[in-house]
Design a protein around this ligand. Structure first.
Ligand code: ARG
Length: 411
């Protein structure tokens, strides 16, 4: 569906709904305080939980409609795959799980607004985070005419106030023991912040992790996985062809068992705050490591060098909410061209928290045994090196000579 409907219904708002306390209170608040009809939208990007029950919960609270969209495949193919081709790690560490899912959720939110003729969309993000930026910039890049509501940013209700608000209106509040952390999860990873983690000196306690075993409790024997790539895209695991969603799920569980993918960083948020984040992303860590190593085998050194700074650009744009920018589109096209050569199999050893590439092979490999070997099969022309070095270093010789003369000239 293309284009906005500027003559839409001013009373309707499409809310990105998670089922948590903030967005549950938000459903009722938008009705009571703003007189709006709320269409709740739950996008399945691989988060845990009974999403159908969450969809129904929105209706119980008073939403006029509630939709659950399974976007796992689109998430993997259109967001995670480009991130793999770009080896995208924000500030060299964070595989961007949350950051990559936000533009997709925003896109589906905009499409839902078009379908319902709604002129407003809403989210439950606070004013301190990155997610507000991602939702709003991504939505604006698709339909700049929609109005965005972000009441949580302004309503100054504490958690206790929200619970009170919810109880007084019969909104179900989760009775499970409250986690001391703020967690977000999808197919590409899990993030964990707040609580004791806010002290950057404190080692993350084991209860901050949910996907990975502690490396010291991981199996004492290593496990090997063989990942097949076609045009840079992972297509098989241990010789078995599978869809990208299944492949990611499998690697999350195998990698997690071996304690792979724990990341502890201080990261720079878009709004200027440094924050301490714990991530678990076994599949992301394994796949990016494997993909990078296959690139080393199949791309020229110029291509590798030219691609590197663009990888950081992709990671930065994903993080900062610029996923739909023309620059990102252009770099994605660039990566696709180079990826035509990135075919083959990578063997990764999983052991006690590490994912180490121990083998790689490719039908489009640029590795030439006859050139590389030091044994008798050596086909490299050693005599050509002398002339090469004398021209390669000629300008250095000239410079050194001039420096020396200058030294002799000066008093
Ligand atoms: N710091 C990470 C990011 O900006 C994780 C954010 C998690 N979001 C959340 N609402 N808990 O991508």
């Amino acid at each position: 569906m293309k284009g906005s409907n500027e003559s839409g219904n001013e009373k309707r708002v499409v809310l990105a709904y998670s089922g948590g306390l903030d967005t549950s209170v938000l459903v009722r608040w938008l009705m009571e305080e703003m007189g709006l009809d709320v269409i709740a939208l739950i996008v399945n990007v691989g988060q845990p939980g009974d999403l159908e029950a969450i969809r129904e919960k929105a209706l119980k609270i008073g939403a006029v409609a509630s939709e659950l969209v399974d976007a796992r495949r689109e998430f993997a193919e259109e967001y995670i795959v480009p991130a793999i081709l770009a080896n995208a790690l924000y500030q060299g560490k964070y595989p961007l799980a949350t950051a990559l899912a936000r533009p997709l959720i925003a896109k589906i939110q905009v499409e839902t607004a078009w379908r319902y003729g709604a002129r407003k969309i809403a989210h439950g993000c606070t004013g301190k985070g990155n997610d507000q930026v991602r939702f709003e910039v991504a939505a604006a890049a698709i339909d700049p005419s929609l109005e965005v509501l972000a009441p949580v940013r302004e309503w100054s209700m504490s958690r206790e106030d929200e619970i009170e608000y919810a109880k007084s209106r019969g909104i179900p509040v989760s009775v499970t023991v409250e986690s001391p952390y703020s967690v977000d999860e999808n197919l590409w990873g899990r993030s964990c912040e707040c609580g004791v983690l806010e002290d950057p000196w404190v080692e993350p306690p084991e209860d901050a992790f949910a996907w990975t075993s502690s490396p010291q409790n991981a199996p004492d024997n290593p496990e090997y996985v063989e990942i097949g790539f076609e045009r840079g895209i992972p297509v098989s695991l241990d010789g078995e062809r599978m869809g990208i969603v299944d492949l990611i799920l499998k690697l999350n569980s195998i990698g997690g068992l071996h304690g792979v993918g724990r990341i502890d960083v201080i990261e720079d948020r878009v709004v200027g705050i440094k924050s301490r984040e714990i991530y678990e992303a076994p599949a992301a860590v394994i796949l990016i490591e494997a993909h990078r190593s296959l690139e080393s085998l199949t791309l020229t050194k110029d291509a590798l060098r030219g691609k590197r700074p663009l990888e950081d650009e992709v990671a930065r744009m994903a993080y900062e909410g610029m996923w739909f920018s023309p620059l990102n589109k252009a770099i994605q096209a660039f990566n696709q061209v180079l990826s035509e050569r990135v075919n083959g199999i990578v063997r990764v050893k999983l052991f006690k928290g590490n994912a180490t590439v121990v083998g790689r092979r490719s039908p489009t490999s640029l590795y030439d045994y006859a050139l590389a070997t030091y044994d008798s099969a050596d086909a490299f022309d050693h005599t050509a090196a002398k002339g090469f070095i004398s021209l390669w270093g000629l300008h250095m010789k000239i410079w050194a000579k001039s420096e020396k003369e200058k030294g002799e000239r000066s008093p």
